[in-house]
Design a protein around this ligand. Structure first.
Ligand code: FAE
Length: 547
């Protein structure tokens, strides 16, 4: 595979040659061989959850990218694994016959323990658009810290349930800044290709892109980028493009074309449930316990670790507290989940030997959003696919990579909408607050200013060229920048600082971090391919040397 998944689209149209396949075919099928007969068959979320008093060889906290890779490779090497997931299984249809709620009618499935939605785009034409919902263990967590709201997926599949599916490998020249202690040759030769194959990454048919009504918004975004002199790049995704074509032809039920994204995607997106977790289940060695939340990990007297787990009901109440022993524990609760757990466990004396890097190095991947108001002769289309497929690359010159994002309102808005990933140097720290019994994050909203400045290197120039202006009605009244949130939390247990160079936590043998908290705050592009590739690298080493 090429060392980059981003390439320029030509000024007039796109040739197939210029699309980069994100999929490394040769190494993708490489698996760590399973050595013995599975201990259990047919297990998964449908099986009984973990029992109190159980003794398990490997316990994985969380079922997102890092957790799924760890569970798959451990199981394939002959280790029985228990995966503990605080969110729901997302394998059963609701009263409307669908697993996931519709974007336009959020309900109890949509948010994690909220009575009102908290949409990233809070306003339209200046009016607030949030709605009341029944409080439940829904799919999207809008977790509020001082200065920033961090969006995360909750359920079996983690962030893959709610994300935009943009599967981007960073440009190789940027990798040294992303993970300085990791051998780039190995990553680009072995682990990125393996991750891309495991995730089912693919690219849009360029000819179809040129004609599909649902990507008019992206073609307008490309035209404006190129007229201002910026390269427009196509990015691979984990959407099933054949399915998307059928959605547009009207021959199958719509999901991307029904605007589904934030509250789950019912059909075409290859979330982890359809890729890594499907393979995890097929090993027969992994038990997944949804609606179970890990609250403590501490050394056990006879060796291994005592793990305390709350079983939750869909109202979020604890219905049982279980204690199990695990020989090894893999923290894969996501950047925020893992950091919060480790900071609490260090501060409260459960894991006092963790080093002082715990909780540090957290960043927002420089996320900032904005919209532009187009002229009436530049409509972006009333039908917009929820899966972005292109971006504007001004990383080298201006420190910004901007996704051309959909605004799937169902009506013509004449708006272009963007999520920029920027080179923001600010890093926050998680800290235990003994008074509240919670973990705080010291991010400040003002720390987004470098992100706004970087994004402006693109959009000020486009506006100037097009004679257009910023939208001021999407994030409040007269507010241009969506600078209050991130979709891409990274860091908090940084590789080679809080852990060794493979995610082994300093101070405790048998404790590992294997998720986005290893990455120091920024990946220069959307993060999940890098999280997956790093997890593939680390687990291979851990299996080879520790087990
Ligand atoms: P993650 O996927 O968050 O999984 C952690 C899991 O652990 C979750 O299922 C949690 O519920 C669970 N958990 C947490 N605490 C506990 C506990 N104490 N006990 C048990 N379970 C626990 O972690 N990235 C891209 O690359 N491309 C995109 O297009 C993209 N779009 C996004 C759009 C949205 C709206 C959002 C929210 C994110 C998006 N992301 C995207 C980010 C991406 O989903 C995220 O980086 C990864 O999911 C992080 O993977 P981890 O394995 O670190």
């Amino acid at each position: 595979m090429s060392d980059s998944t981003m390439h320029d689209a030509g000024p007039k149209g796109v040739s197939r040659r210029r699309f980069i396949t994100g999929t490394g075919s040769i190494l993708g099928a490489v698996a760590l061989a399973g050595h013995s007969t599975p201990a259990q068959a047919g297990v998964g979320s449908a099986a009984a959850p973990i029992d109190s008093g159980a003794h398990v060889p490997a316990l994985v906290i969380g079922t997102g990218y890092g957790g799924s890779v760890a569970a798959l490779r451990l199981a394939q090497s002959g280790v029985d694994v228990h995966m503990i997931e605080m969110g729901m299984a997302w394998d059963t249809a609701g009263p409307d016959g669908k697993i996931f709620a519709s974007t336009t009618s959020p309900d109890s499935r949509s948010y994690w323990l909220r009575t009102r939605t908290k949409q990233p785009l809070s306003n339209f034409l200046g009016f607030p658009i949030d709605k009341d919902v029944t409080r439940s263990t829904g799919i999207l967590d809008a977790e509020e810290f001082s200065g920033i709201t961090v969006y995360q997926g909750r359920g079996v599949g983690g962030g893959s349930l709610v994300n935009g599916g943009m599967a981007v490998t960073p440009k190789r020249e940027n990798f040294g800044a992303v993970l300085p202690s990791v051998d780039a040759d190995e990553m680009y030769g072995i682990y990125y290709p393996r991750a891309n194959a495991g995730l089912g990454v693919g690219t849009i048919d360029p000819a179809w892109f040129e004609t599909a009504a649902c990507y008019q918004y992206a073609r307008v975004g490309r035209k404006h980028a190129q007229r201002a002199g910026f390269p427009f790049v196509f990015v691979p995704t984990v959407y099933d493009w054949d399915y998307m074509k059928q959605e547009e032809a009207g021959t199958v039920p719509r999901s991307a074309l029904a605007g589904e994204i934030l509250y789950g995607n019912n059909y075409g997106k290859k979330s982890l449930q359809k890729t890594y977790i499907d393979r995890v289940r097929a090993t027969g060695r992994v038990v997944i316990s949804p609606l179970h939340k890990v609250t403590s990990v501490a050394p056990a007297t006879g060796g291994g670790y005592t793990v305390v787990i709350d079983q939750l009901d869909t109202g979020g109440a604890t219905t049982a507290t279980k204690t199990v022993i695990a020989d090894r524990v893999f923290f894969a609760a996501g950047s925020v989940g893992t950091s919060k757990l480790l900071v609490k466990l260090k501060a409260t004396g459960a894991l006092p030997g963790l080093n002082n890097e715990i909780g540090k190095g957290w960043g927002d991947n420089g996320n900032v959003m904005c919209g532009r108001a187009n002229h009436l002769w530049d409509p972006t289309g009333s039908l917009q696919a929820s899966i972005p497929t292109g971006g504007i690359d001004n990383w080298a010159a201006g420190g910004a990579f901007a996704e051309v994002a959909p605004l799937p309102t169902g009506i013509e808005t004449f708006a272009s909408f963007y999520l920029s990933i920027t080179k923001n140097p600010n890093r926050a720290e998680f800290a235990w607050n003994a008074a509240t019994g919670k973990v705080d994050l010291n991010w400040q909203t003002a720390w987004k200013q470098p992100s706004i400045d970087a994004a402006r290197t693109i959009f000020d120039r486009i506006n100037q060229k097009e004679g257009t202006i910023y939208r001021t009605d999407l994030f409040g009244t007269y507010k241009i920048w969506g600078d209050h949130l991130t979709y891409h939390p990274l860091g908090g247990a940084v590789l080679n600082r809080a852990t060794d160079n493979y995610g082994r936590l300093h101070g405790y043998s048998g404790l590992y971090v294997i998720d986005g908290s290893l990455i120091p705050g920024n990946t220069s592009v959307n993060p999940f391919v890098t999280i997956t590739a790093l997890a593939e690298r680390n687990i291979e080493k851990i299996i080879a040397t520790d087990l």
